[in-house]
Design a protein around this ligand. Structure first.
Ligand code: NAD
Length: 487
């Protein structure tokens, strides 16, 4: 059995408590993880605070920080396959996806390496004589980063990269479900040469470790990715330390297909949008909103594609859909499908947990036209597509916005003016037109409503890890005049 350690203050430690990690493809225990408890969280946050205000990190130039980030990027690229195999083993995400995604994670660190010495302050044209006024941009402080199990190296890179560029120090809490790749990534942080305490990586259970971290008095900002219910706990805990938050939460993203779209291309995007990552993707295009005149044609293409998907071992490069990450997730998906069918949704394909080992669930399509199905409102976080149809563009937009989430959306049409109207009308942080599930370090990403607030990616994310300080310098040698008049 493999044993992992956590990383605090530049040291790899076993931790007093440990827990077992399960391979979702078999249901068997395959590794043992260190469980961080409150005392470990204290140690990690203390180390991060000490590193924040002391040399070498506090004295390092932004260019030097950038060089460390370049080194980290190279190490991630060189170790991508190993990290990918660990993520696949520990979370069930197929190797085809993890190997491509982690190779791209290196580009995120490279992007933020370049950003480090481009975070500028400013000089203000102040409305008073003999006064120079600047805004300095300083690191926001110690950041608590709480990430889920899915795409964890990607979801931590969009936090760690900009935070390091900005000069912050941090404690990253990997999910208790499948933390192996994050703990292994700590070895690359160490090898890259970041000073002790700058990046600390732990894992542990949400209500104990995650909560202790989020409410810690020395934490200035919490960057959280996970579900909306957990986010409410995070916000409640932040009432203790009054830390700022950025929340990347779930979604029930609309995928709109008009009759004039290239249906074959749209179907490929829809398959990527809902069945890739076994549907365990925050941006899953889980609500298909299709023009009534092409509904049957589009569904028959989708059904054919869904039934041709190769389901199998996530470690096999030929596999297209692997297991869900946990039994809890498999049970949740199966129960929600069952309730939806009971509420009147018609099963087009899939729908049944297969027999045998592992937490598998087949690609599933539910026709929800004319039905008030819970599958249209609730996030499955699994390979289940719910379908409704529309007659007019206004109805398509109304259905798209009929959600409290607002993370992503897709529009498929050849009509340029309509595409522009929908881009403006859809209430979501990302609109993809004639494409889906495209991401880049250069493009900010984040949600509206129950999908959270704050943005990851792009320059804006690095600025979010800074706070401004206003400096006033009086340039006159004359004595200060009347002390009772504010100037
Ligand atoms: P989750 O909310 O259960 O857990 C996320 C993290 O929060 C884990 O590390 C967990 O240990 C921690 N946690 C749990 N309780 C906590 C508490 N009381 N205080 C502090 N931390 C706590 O989410 P999950 O099941 O691991 O992931 C699935 C969810 O994440 C889905 O809703 C999905 O849509 C969302 N997600 C969003 C994005 C995005 O970028 N918007 C990306 C991926 C996943």
């Amino acid at each position: 059995m493999q044993r992992f350690q956590y990383y605090i203050d530049g040291e790899f430690l076993d931790g007093e408590a440990r827990f077992q990690s399960i391979d979702p493809a078999t249901g068997d225990v395959w590794a043992e993880m260190p469980e961080a408890r409150e005392a470990d969280v204290d140690r990690a946050v203390d180390a991060a605070e000490k590193a924040l205000y002391a040399a070498p990190w506090a004295k390092m130039t932004a260019t030097q920080r950038g060089k460390l980030l370049y080194r980290l990027s190279d190490l991630v690229a060189a170790n991508a396959q190993k990290l990918a195999e660990l993520e696949t083993r520990d979370t069930g995400k197929i190797i085809r996806e993890t190997s491509a995604q982690i190779a791209y994670v290196a580009d995120y660190y490279r992007y933020y390496a370049g950003i480090a010495d481009k975070i500028e302050g400013s000089y203000l044209p102040i409305d008073k004589p003999d006064m120079d006024v600047w805004l300095r941009r300083e690191p926001v402080g110690v950041v608590a980063m709480v990430v889920p199990w899915n795409s964890q190296l990607f979801l931590s890179a969009v936090k760690i990269g900009p935070a390091l560029a900005a000069g912050c120090t941090m404690v990253v809490k990997a999910s208790e479900d499948g933390p192996a790749p994050s703990l292994e990534f700590a070895r690359l942080v160490h090898e890259a040469g970041f000073p002790a305490g700058v990046v600390n990586i732990i894992t542990g259970f949400g209500p104990s470790c995650g909560a202790a971290l989020g409410r810690h008095p020395k934490v200035a900002h919490i960057a959280f990715t996970g579900g909306p219910e957990t986010a409410r706990h995070v916000i409640r805990n932040s009432a203790e330390n009054l830390a700022s938050t950025s929340l990347e939460l779930g979604g029930k993203s609309p995928f709109i297909v008009f009759a004039d779209a290239d249906l074959e291309s749209a179907a490929n995007a829809q398959v990527a949008g809902i069945f890739a990552a076994t549907g365990q993707s925050c941006v899953a295009g889980s609500r298909l909103i299709v023009e009534a005149s092409v509904k049957e044609a589009f569904l028959s293409i989708l059904k054919r594609k869904a039934e041709a998907i190769r389901i199998g071992s996530p470690l096999d490069m030929a596999t297209e859909v692997g297991p869900l990450a946990t039994r809890r997730q498999q049970d949740h998906v199966a129960a929600l499908v069952e309730t939806s069918i009971r509420s009147g949704a018609r099963l087009i394909t899939g729908g049944q947990k297969p027999d045998g080992v592992g937490y598998y669930f087949p690609p599933t399509i539910l026709d929800c036209d004319g039905v008030n199905s819970p599958s249209l409102a609730e996030e499955f976080f699994g390979p289940v597509l719910s379908v409704v149809s529309f007659e007019t563009e206004a109805e398509a937009l109304r259905l798209a916005n009929d959600t409290r989430y607002g993370l992503a959306s897709g529009v498929f049409t050849q009509n340029l003016t309509r595409a522009h109207r929908l881009m403006k009308g859809i209430r979501a942080g990302v609109v993809w037109v004639n494409t889906y599930r495209a991401v880049s370090p250069i493009a900010p990403f984040g949600g509206f409503g129950l999908s959270g607030h704050g943005r990851e990616g792009g320059l804006v994310a690095a600025l979010d890890y800074t706070r401004t300080k206003t400096i006033w310098l009086r340039t006159s040698d004359d004595p200060i005049p009347d002390p009772f008049v504010m100037r």
